[in-house]
Ligand binder design. Structure first.
Ligand SMILES: Nc1ncnc2c1ncn2[C@@H]1O[C@H](COP(=O)(O)OP(=O)(O)OP(=O)(O)O)[C@@H](O)[C@H]1O
Ligand SMILES: O=C(O)C1=C[C@@H](O)[C@@H](O)[C@H](O)C1
Ligand SMILES: [Mg+2]
Length: 170
């Protein structure tokens, strides 16, 4: 059994890279944000509006721990998931983890162009968005940094880089 969890701030590319890495390894792909949306039958932004962040965090944690993962899988996590409850302990007890680390400016530019709304950002743009990311990232970094592998400021992180960092023999 091999589970690889991708963690990091919103917009660092967990979903995008999760798809590519799972294909390169021949593993299944699981995106926990998508599992959440399938479970509740609505999108995350709408769930936040109706139930609030606290309810979201509780259910997100429950879904992390109760999902029936395929034997070999790359799992993209929600951007805030590692930073609540004992989620990061659980991740590290059940597989390898990768922190995809990007600068606040790079994150902001990806998030400004992204199609999926992130409710935590509340529509912020430009300098306000960069300042928000800097402060939120400072809170979250200690959790992300507990990942077994840190992919440091790779603007052009490839699946080969990751396979090498994870020391996966193919
Ligand atoms: N390597 C890359 N280079 C440039 N843009 C990228 C790269 N990877 C992802 N993106 C773009 O950045 C945006 C965010 O990517 P993605 O949705 O994969 O991030 P995420 O980490 O899954 O975010 P979230 O935590 O909100 O789910 C998307 O618009 C995606 O197309
Ligand atoms: O960083 C966050 O807090 C979030 C990131 C997304 O992946 C979603 O899980 C949700 O929008 C919250
Ligand atoms: Mg994602």
């Amino acid at each position: 059994m091999s589970l690889i969890f991708l963690v990091g701030f919103m917009g660092c590319g967990k979903t995008t890279m999760g798809r590519k890495l799972s294909a390169a390894l021949g593993y299944a792909f699981v995106d926990l944000d998508h599992v959440f949306e399938d479970r509740v039958g609505t999108n995350i932004a709408e769930y936040f509006n109706i139930h609030g962040e606290e309810a979201f965090r509780k259910l997100e944690s429950e879904i992390l721990k109760t999902t029936d993962y395929p034997e070999n899988a790359v799992i993209s996590t929600g951007g805030g998931l590692p930073c609540f409850f004992d989620n990061m302990d659980w991740i590290n007890a059940h597989g390898q983890s990768v922190y995809m680390k990007l600068t606040p400016k790079a994150l902001a530019s990806r998030l400004e162009n992204a199609k999926t709304p992130r409710p935590v950002l509340q529509g912020k743009k430009g300098d306000e968005l960069v300042a928000f990311i800097e402060s939120k990232l400072a809170e979250r970094e200690p959790f992300y940094s507990r990942a077994s592998v840190i992919a440091e400021s790779f603007a052009d992180l490839t699946t080969d880089n990751l396979i090498h960092l994870l020391d996966i023999k193919q």
